[in-house]
Design a protein around this ligand. Structure first.
Ligand code: BT5
Length: 322
């Protein structure tokens, strides 16, 4: 009932009287009042005015299952959601629920042990970012799994551009950057037996409403807030990411990476630059030429063309992070 009242408040542009809510939902006015109190307790800023009724301030950043599902326009992605206020890592949470359907979504307000790639950590300030993981069960080869990171990266990049109006770019393979600083990182993990893929977990971390960062990452991290100087509702940005991801994922599954390659390449900040390729603490200077049909970075080193696979290397600009 609480969710139905919330829905009515969200649909109302202005005020809705307690009487109208009680008529529409067939409950008493005191029951309406009790549910409104519960919603307020959950954090919804609902104002009540004599002779006018209730008003919900829609300009808030509340994150919970109902907020993520309300207005979600996907067909299958994110239709099953598990939301927790706190977890170690949403990738771990997804692993614990790996029997859930393809496309299930796991979101937390806070991660106490957020993971980056290659054993690195991911700073997950509570109530500021999107810390989420998507459980996928694709019928693809194990060699292709790293391409899912590219699919996710392109989806986040497009959502940041369209929903937040931010000039986001992809730093191959798994970072989204704005003004040469990292706004999003992606960690793709999988479970497989010999030659059989069980599932893939695509973990996405987006810095959204951070006003400051820990000094250890302040020089290379940025957020949507720092770019736009206003609060962004994380649930709405999640919906935008999921919408794009459903589209790119479907193209990818039917047509392969090549079907999204041009759009990926057009958004990729790495291509056309001198880069440092770091592998096992060794650094090689190369020129990033293009993205291959299967998503690898094509580089030339001393005039010799070669291909770099994601997962095994870190790639940075000559002078900075990108
Ligand atoms: C990544 O690793 O960029 C993958 C990050 C994936 C995070 C998501 S959140 C939801 C899901 N659950 C998880 O536990 N993880 C995923 P990597 O390329 O290794 O980058 C990690 C490096 O980025 C760190 O060593 C820091 O230098 C920097 N870093 C850490 N936290 C950051 C942040 N919030 N913003 C920008 N940079 C950060």
């Amino acid at each position: 009932m609480k969710d139905k009242i919330l829905l009515l408040l969200k649909k109302t542009d202005g005020y809705i009287s307690g009487e109208l809510i009680s008529q529409q939902l067939g409950i008493s006015r005191s029951a309406v009042w009790k549910h409104i109190q519960k919603l307020r307790y959950d954090g919804y800023p609902i104002k009540s005015f004599t002779n006018k009724g209730y008003h919900l301030n829609s300009d808030t950043d509340l994150l919970n299952e109902a907020e993520i599902l309300f207005g979600l326009s996907t067909k299958w992605l994110g239709k099953h959601v598990i939301y927790q206020n706190e977890t170690t890592s949403t990738n771990n949470l997804a692993r614990q629920h790996s029997t859930m359907p393809h496309g299930s979504l796991f979101v937390a307000d806070d991660q106490t042990a957020g993971k980056g790639r290659l054993g690195r950590t991911w700073a997950s300030t509570p109530s500021c970012g999107i810390w989420m993981s998507i459980l996928l069960k694709p019928d693809i080869s194990m060699q292709s799994i790293s391409q899912l990171t590219l699919v996710a990266g392109l989806s986040v990049c497009k959502a940041l551009r369209e929903y937040c109006n931010i000039d986001a770019q992809i730093k191959w393979p798994n970072d989204i950057v704005v003004d040469d600083k990292k706004i999003c990182g992606i960690l793709t993990e999988m479970s497989a037996e010999i030659e059989r893929l069980n599932y893939v977990i695509c973990g996405i971390g987006v810095n959204v409403n951070h006003k400051i960062f820990d000094p250890t990452i302040a020089d290379k991290a940025t957020s949507v807030f720092l770019k736009n100087n206003r609060l962004t509702p994380r649930a709405k940005l999640i919906q935008a990411i999921l919408k794009h991801m459903e589209g790119f994922y479907t193209s990818y599954i039917t047509g392969g990476f090549v079907s999204i390659k041009d759009e990926y390449s057009a958004s990729c900040a790495t291509v056309g630059k001198q880069v440092r390729i770091i592998k096992d603490n060794e650094e090689t200077i190369a020129f990033a030429e293009s993205i291959s049909d299967s998503g690898e970075l094509v580089v030339s080193i001393d005039g010799v063309q070669t291909t770099v696979y994601s997962g095994e290397v870190s790639v940075h600009g000559l002078l900075g992070y990108v």
